[in-house]
Design a protein around this ligand. Structure first.
Ligand code: HEC
Ligand code: HEC
Length: 222
């Protein structure tokens, strides 16, 4: 890579990554993302039913860690297996696509309607990028308090995750997907807190208490 390209690359990396930056190739990451787009959407926006999670804007190290877990068969994910098989997915490719997806920003709302310069195609493309999590039923205020007490220290003050520590966003992720992941943690198919793998935090809540947390998180991006 020439010097100018390297400079550009550094400009596009989130601040926290610069110190650990190996040479990632965002263009290659964008190309690889075409493989992912069939399920996760062209912009990594996921699908609204929560079958496929949103990936864009997640911490780079979170995305790459999950990719390694899938590839090494440590986190079950049948639909993705063939895509992450080692022969097709060397470490460098994981690094590239993770860095690419981490820097894709998605708006939470459509820009205001501009009657004079209305361009239907442009509007359609804009709408595809918008992710706004549908409201979940439940006591939002109770959920907010519980979130702040039990989750914010790691997932961030309003649930947007922690890029430095690689903790994923919960706001901006589909509620149904999050609910399924809690079950995977409880069934020990995933490890929630690698620093204390036997942690029972999520098991301590009733279904209703968790629902209140999702209800709160679904309002953060409104
Ligand atoms: C055939 C469909 C499919 C394709 C193609 C696919 N994925 Fe996935 N991916 C899934 C499904 C389904 C899940 C959720 C699995 C679960 O429920 O635990 C997932 C989960 C993930 C997660 C975990 C996200 C989280 O918040 O837990 C990451 C990261 C991911 N995929 C990255 C990728 C990347 C990068 C590509 C392209 C190289 C890709 N996926 C291609 C189906 C797909
Ligand atoms: C000690 C830090 C910590 C606390 C506190 C914490 N989390 Fe997490 N959480 C993590 C980490 C780290 C991950 C990613 C782990 C992995 O690789 O699967 C995660 C992942 C998740 C995921 C999966 C997200 C995804 O996209 O796959 C859910 C759901 C979740 N946490 C819910 C919660 C809830 C709800 C609370 C509060 C009741 C909470 N967490 C508190 C550290 C924490």
């Amino acid at each position: 890579m020439n010097k100018a390209a390297m400079k550009l690359l550094i400009l596009f990396l989130p601040l926290g990554m610069i110190s650990t930056a190996q040479a990632v190739d965002l263009e290659n990451g964008e190309e690889i993302n075409e493989l992912c787009a069939g399920c996760h959407g062209e912009y990594g926006e996921g699908d609204k039913n929560g079958d496929y999670p949103r990936l864009s804007g997640q911490p780079e190290s979170f995305i790459s860690k999950q990719m390694h877990l899938f590839r090494d068969r440590k986190r079950p994910n049948l639909p993705m297996l063939e895509y992450v098989d080692e022969r097709q997915f060397p470490d460098q490719e994981i690094a590239d696509v993770s860095a690419y997806l981490a820097q894709v920003e998605l708006p939470t709302k459509l820009p205001p309607f501009d009657e004079e310069n209305f361009d239907p195609l442009k509007r359609l493309l804009e709408a595809k990028r918008v992710v706004n999590i549908p409201r979940m039923p439940g006591d939002i205020e109770a959920g907010r308090k519980r979130y702040k007490r039990e989750c914010r220290s790691c997932h961030g003050s309003e649930g947007w995750g922690d890029h430095e520590k690689g903790v994923p966003m919960l706001a901006g992720q589909y509620s149904v997907y999050l609910q399924r992941q809690v079950k995977k943690y409880l069934d020990k198919h995933r490890i929630h807190d690698p620093e204390s793998p036997d942690d029972e935090l999520l098991a301590a809540f009733t279904a209703q208490e968790l629902d209140e947390i999702w209800a709160y998180l679904s309002t953060v991006d409104d």
